[in-house]
Design a protein around this ligand. Structure first.
Ligand SMILES: Cc1cc2nc3c(=O)[nH]c(=O)nc-3n(C[C@H](O)[C@H](O)[C@H](O)COP(=O)(O)OP(=O)(O)OC[C@H]3O[C@@H](n4cnc5c(N)ncnc54)[C@H](O)[C@@H]3O)c2cc1C
Length: 591
């Protein structure tokens, strides 16, 4: 019998695991996908080898790449980037760690309060979240981004828009700034040379400006795992959770099992209330099933798999909100082509941003060529200049929106990749009950009925659509201000990579799965601690900092309610994940 079982080692799960292990609890962390504990032997920087969603070492599937990826049903034009394995989707991520906008919490009283998704606020105040933001910002750690040429170009555009520079971590209004990100700043030779002989740890520390954030961070060469530049959870919370006895008094290292797919969460009626009791998980390779019991179960399988697991487990869904309210920041992609190089694929992937609460935000995103080719062709609007699927979106960009094809695409990718500045449009996206996960009627896989994700790209709320058009226009304005000669808008189909709130916490028991502590309203001792627990789309800021802060708060609530402990975030100093004690113990463990 464990104290706590955590399902999923992605963005959220390892946070709860590490925090409760530091308090001496017995924690079992079960991860469906692989564990890459020797990335320099297991990974390459080749785009297809890394990121092919069916066969890449980063995909949603088991360790054995000769076996198929796990299938989901997408009932519309859309694309998903969700990964299995230790680190989950943070293995791909860019490490941008802005705080959620204050306007999405229930203590917000400013004049524009009514312009947010007020029906789906967080059930507590922004001021309550601040210590948890600070704790995660110190732990990962979060720093002001190292920048380069592409950020200089982005800021040149921002300067023409009559907005202030933001200098606080809390976003108070429309403004622009360097990202606050979870990527270690370059030290020593890092960022000063491309000679890989000089970029070995400890001569180089932090980000070496390689430009391969998407393919997983394994640099500087020779660094201990907890010193790799990008702070995906396989480099931060998981190493901390495995070495907790070295840095926390009374801490007990977690047990981590990988290729361990949880297929059932068990609950029993005890004293008139339903209570979580444990899980059944399945070995990917052999199919052998195992039962594990615990006092508390924490689901952190991500926004698509949590609803699936819940429904497959036959757990109650009294108000029908399991799987509903899947928000995705309804992204768009606006590209500027310049006469001169602007450093697109180099350095920290995305180090500058512009915030425009309550509409959303913009950030520059550098991508390697194949991914850039993909990003220019995922459109809801057909082929630019040929047909528009009835959308015909015109605006301050050149020509109608749509995918770029033929000689134009070839020229941009082959000849001008260095001359492109790409802007990601991040929309404040309302919680919509009909954007949701259900069980598919397609054949089940080895882990049970598969999830089906419903998105209604043309049936978003009027506010979401307005926000997206407004921010796409701002992106074009920024690029023209920076000197772009051509500006293209792609009108992306739903690209699911910031995904939130499919098992949301909320103020009302009529439209939420979780209470204000992150605990299921229907099953005691069952918590959710990943993006799916978020009450809403946060106003547009990238979600992982808020998810991890909420997961830290949830860990405290678990410790208080189920183990009689005291909360600690307000009384203790966090240990930074780069702590040398973590590095030394990882070495002793051969990790
Ligand atoms: C290209 C890209 C760039 C991004 N950049 C940023 C960024 O800059 N900033 C930011 O904040 N966010 C970013 N994100 C989003 C970020 O990756 C997510 O917010 C974060 O990973 C979500 O964490 P999660 O725990 O909800 O889900 P995940 O990270 O997807 O983790 C879920 C884990 O649970 C496991 N799992 C699922 N079901 C089961 C089961 N039944 N049994 C056992 N294990 C299970 C999965 O295998 C997976 O490892 C980016 C994403 C992408 C794709």
């Amino acid at each position: 019998m464990h104290d706590v079982i955590v399902i999923g080692a992605g963005g959220g799960g390892p946070v709860v695991a590490k925090e409760l292990a530091a308090k001496g609890l017995d924690v079992l962390l079960l991860e469906a996908g692989p564990r890459h504990d020797k990335p320099r032997e297991q990974w390459t920087s080749f785009e297809n080898d890394a990121s092919n969603p069916l066969t890449g070492f980063f995909r949603l599937g088991p360790t054995d790449r000769s076996r198929p990826a796990w299938f989901r049903e997408w009932s519309q034009n859309s694309f998903v980037w969700q990964l299995s394995g230790v680190g989950g989707t943070t293995q791909h991520f860019y490490g941008n760690y802005p705080r959620a906008y204050p306007g999405v919490f229930n203590d917000y009283r400013e004049a524009d309060a009514g312009q947010y998704d007020r029906a789906h606020r967080f059930p507590f105040g922004y001021s309550e979240m601040v210590p948890y933001f600070e704790w995660v910002e110190a732990t990962t750690p979060v720093m002001t981004a190292a920048m380069g040429h592409k950020e200089q170009t982005f800021f040149r555009g921002c300067e023409t828009m009559n907005l202030p520079v933001q200098t606080t971590k809390t976003t108070h209004g429309p403004s622009y700034r360097p990202q606050e990100n979870a990527i270690l700043q370059p030290g020593g030779n890092a960022g000063r040379t491309t000679d890989s002989n000089l970029l070995h740890y400890p001569d180089a520390t932090g980000c070496t400006f390689c430009g391969y954030c998407f393919q997983g961070c394994m640099r500087p060469i020779g660094a201990p795992r907890n010193q790799f530049a990008k702070r995906s959870t396989d480099n931060t919370y998981v190493p901390m959770a495995l070495t907790v006895d070295a840095w926390a008094r009374g801490g007990k290292p977690i047990t981590l099992l990988t290729d361990a797919y949880v297929t059932q969460v068990h609950a029993e009626n005890r004293n008139g209330a339903l209570r979580a009791t444990g899980v059944t998980w399945r070995e990917n390779a052999s199919g052998a099933e195992h039962r594990e019991d615990a006092k508390v179960v924490v689901m952190a399988g991500g926004c698509t798999e949590n609803p699936r697991l819940w429904l497959n487990s036959g757990l109650p869904d009294p108000n029908g909100w399991v799987g509903r309210g899947y928000t995705d920041h309804f992204f768009d992609w606006v590209i500027g082509a310049f006469d001169e190089p602007v450093g697109n694929p180099k350095g920290v992937g995305s180090a500058a941003r512009l915030d425009f609460p309550p509409y959303g935000g913009l950030e520059n995103v550098g991508l390697p060529p194949a991914l850039h080719g993909f990003a220019m062709t995922l459109s809801e609007s057909g082929i630019r200049g040929q047909y528009a699927n009835g959308r015909g979106m015109t605006g301050p960009w050149d020509g109608p929106a749509g995918r770029i094809m033929g000689p134009e695409l070839k020229d941009l990718i082959a000849n001008r990749i260095e001359n492109i500045l790409s802007v990601l449009v991040i929309t404040d996206d309302d919680v919509e009950p009909d954007n949701r996960v259900t069980l598919s009627s397609l054949p089940a896989d080895e882990n049970g009925p598969i999830p089906k994700v419903h998105f209604r790209p043309r049936q978003r709320t009027a506010r979401t659509l307005r926000n997206r058009e407004f921010m796409a226009g701002k992106a074009a304005e920024l690029l023209r201000g920076a000197g772009a000669k051509e500006v293209y808008r792609i009108d992306w189909a739903p690209l699911i990579l910031h995904v939130q709130s499919s098992m949301r916490m909320g103020e009302s028991e009529k439209d939420s799965v979780l209470d204000a502590n992150g605990q299921s309203r229907a099953v005691r001792g069952l918590f959710i601690a990943d993006n799916s627990a978020l009450a809403n789309g946060l106003g547009g800021p990238n979600p992982t900092l808020t998810t991890q802060s909420l997961a830290t708060r949830t860990a405290e609530k678990i410790f208080e309610e189920h183990f009689g402990g005291d909360p600690w975030v307000r009384s203790e100093a966090p240990v930074v994940s780069t702590d040398p004690r973590v590095s030394v113990r990882l070495g002793e463990l051969g990790l």
